[in-house]
Design a protein around this ligand. Structure first.
Ligand code: SF4
Length: 307
């Protein structure tokens, strides 16, 4: 298959080939035991769901984390930003399964139709947009689909080798569901190895627009942990791919990386339990105060000054 230089770079450098690492068969169980033994004694008021956002909120400020756990944030409503994300993910699903020759415009149109059919909140948002606003959203998604196609080798002809899955929802239930670690991974590539099932054969990828943040690496470590708990074998690599540049930030998955991710989840669960049992949150302000629901009343809020 003919590839552009950029697609070849992704195929060789990010997806890679050759021997994949093999992990101990008991690794998943040891990670599970580590988390469950640390969390078992906590008095969690109710089942605690942790995803990458909540873990990041915990890392930023306990006050922000507590406000999210308490449901103080306004209910989710679509914005142009979230619409771009939802549509791009659906468009990649279309791209992976599409018949030949669909261009980014057609892929985007099909994606919009599918999301409108299945997501009531998106349908409400879309209905309120003017035709020009809908066109703006569509064009942004077309641009992102074109960037995706320019970054990855065509996934359809490689379906047999790469087994691409978009928007994979994964969930690990611990302590009978008292603690749930969950996520939705933009793209998973790679088939399980039926001969050597403990060989890591999957790559997990999050697609990003805009600048890189240090938290992106933590997001991907968390996904690697949830994949390990869910499937019993880790991915071999976890990466954020930046659509504008076609570059990526990737880490090979190791046992140390998974232990780090497990300990980060344990830290958040401990904090959630302590906060729900009356401990005051440690307030550590930052730029994120601007979108914290407690900003108006928090004594430590760090907000931009007018002018
Ligand atoms: S306003 Fe800032 S310091 Fe206060 S709780 Fe929110 S994020 Fe934390």
């Amino acid at each position: 298959m003919e590839l552009t230089d950029t697609q070849r770079r992704t195929l060789d450098g990010l997806i890679g080939s050759g021997d994949r690492p093999t992990f101990a068969a008991d690794l998943s169980q040891r990670l599970r035991d580590r988390i469950e033994s640390a969390v078992r004694e906590l008095e969690l008021a109710e089942p605690l769901w942790l995803g990458k956002e909540k873990l990041n909120q915990h890392g930023r400020c306990e006050g922000l984390f507590q406000s999210v756990l308490a449901g103080e944030s306004p209910p989710f409503a679509h914005s142009a930003r979230s619409a771009h994300g939802v549509l791009l993910h659906k468009a990649i699903e279309v791209e992976v399964g599409a018949r030949d020759g669909m261009d980014p415009h057609e892929i985007t149109r099909v994606a919009v139709g599918r999301v409108l059919e299945r997501e009531e909140r998106f349908e409400e948002y879309w209905r309120e947009l003017s035709a020009a606003e809908q066109d703006d959203v569509l064009m942004e998604v077309v641009r992102r689909v074109a960037l995706f196609q320019g970054s990855f080798p065509p996934l359809k002809p490689l379906r047999r080798e790469l087994s691409p899955i978009s928007e994979l929802r994964v969930r690990a239930e611990l302590l009978g569901g008292d603690l749930v670690l969950s996520g939705q991974i933009d793209l998973v590539l790679g088939m399980p190895d039926s001969v050597e099932p403990n060989r890591a054969t999957r790559l997990v990828v999050d697609l990003k627009t805009g600048s890189a943040y240090p938290e992106f690496a933590e997001d991907m470590r968390f996904y690697a942990l949830v994949m390990t708990l869910r499937f019993g074998v880790p991915p071999y690599r976890a990466a954020s791919l930046f659509l504008e540049s076609g570059t990526w930030q990737a880490e090979d998955v190791t046992e140390e990386l998974l232990l780090h991710a497990a300990d980060r989840a344990i830290g958040a669960a401990r904090a959630a339990a302590a906060l729900s049992n009356g401990r005051d949150p440690a307030l550590t302000p930052g730029v994120y105060c601007g979108w914290c629901s407690r900003a108006a009343t928090c004594p430590e809020a760090e907000l931009p000054t007018a002018g």
